[in-house]
Design a protein around this ligand. Sequence first.
Ligand code: HEM
Ligand SMILES: CC(C)=CCC/C(C)=C/CC/C(C)=C/COP(=O)(O)OP(=O)(O)O
Length: 317
Amino acid sequence: MTVLENHDEGLSDNGVRLSEAGARDFFELLKPRVMSLVVFTAFAGLVLAPGALNPMLAAIAILCIAVGAGASGALNMWYDADIDAVMTRTARRPIPAGKVTGEEALAFGIALSCFSVGILGLAVNWLSAGLLAFTIFFYAVIYTMWLKRWTPQNIVIGGAAGAFPPMIGYAAVTGTVSIDSVILFMIIFLWTPAHFWALALFKMRDYGAVGVPMLPNVAGEGPTKVQIVVYAVLTALCSVIPSFRGTASLGYGLFAAVLGILFVWYALKVYRMPEGDEKMVPAKKMFAYSILYLFAIFSALMADHVIRAYGVTGGAF
Ligand code: HEM
Ligand SMILES: CC(C)=CCC/C(C)=C/CC/C(C)=C/COP(=O)(O)OP(=O)(O)O
């Protein structure tokens, strides 16, 4: 089925050009693979918050965060269609591939943003809805339209957008922002540079071709590698804070410490990688491990919380 079916020559009643896009193309606009981890961290925020949300409302909250995150991805793809068309990694995305028009992606992104924020506010609470709206705005406008093409610190500041989801999940349950949700935010915020610059190192040519000032292109490989090590250390330190605060067990702290040491170890491998290395194997491994790392940290926090809440170990560690 296509959107064209009721329209002559691909024009809608108001003259906007429509493509022959299918549901799959619109689904791709939501950046589903990246957003799956975003939604997972939001779910963790919901689980880790004190108190509980009615299961139906919890499901609505997660759905709204998933739709809002996807909407911000569609808005990012609408604005970045010009550079996505040039980079090999992104050239097959729905807009540069000619499957979805820019207007469709923009309308889709705006509609889903309004829908997700509105439903979250009406069904759950307006603090979480406000945070969701701010996160969409931060990623689509502050990061995509402003920082990304302007400064090599784009992802350090812009990374805040990806760090908000657990705070949104937490606020959905408690109606508040607390120090514990700020710590979840900080783990992702400090993780993002190491996650992204590892990828940017082996995609330097792509970013160079479109003039996006990613750190490896502007500062060079050496300073980028140093920054990757610094942020990996900060991430590892931040991820054990819940144990020190007593909101997670010592068992979690030890697990997070091992994962963190591995994160720093991968970063050091990147640091020692020869300048100009064509294959960039350590950077590719670091990028892959970064995803596993965040997934494991949030899984461990949730498992620890559930074990402590239901007394499976018969008490605190
Ligand atoms: C400003 C912040 C971030 C930047 C610039 C960034 C950048 C990227 C890029 C360019 C990719 C490759 C995507 C592709 O080609 O499809 C990627 C992959 C990925 N990112 Fe990030 N990322 C950021 C934050 C996050 C956050 C906050 C999460 C989750 C919490 C995340 C999770 C992922 C995942 C799961 C993948 C792998 C997707 C796949 O398997 O194709 N990223 N990231
Ligand atoms: C709830 C909510 C709104 C969540 C949003 C979460 C968020 C901001 C995730 C960032 C993920 C991401 C792929 C960034 C890369 O953007 P890019 O444009 O630099 O990467 P690209 O070149 O692959 O498009």
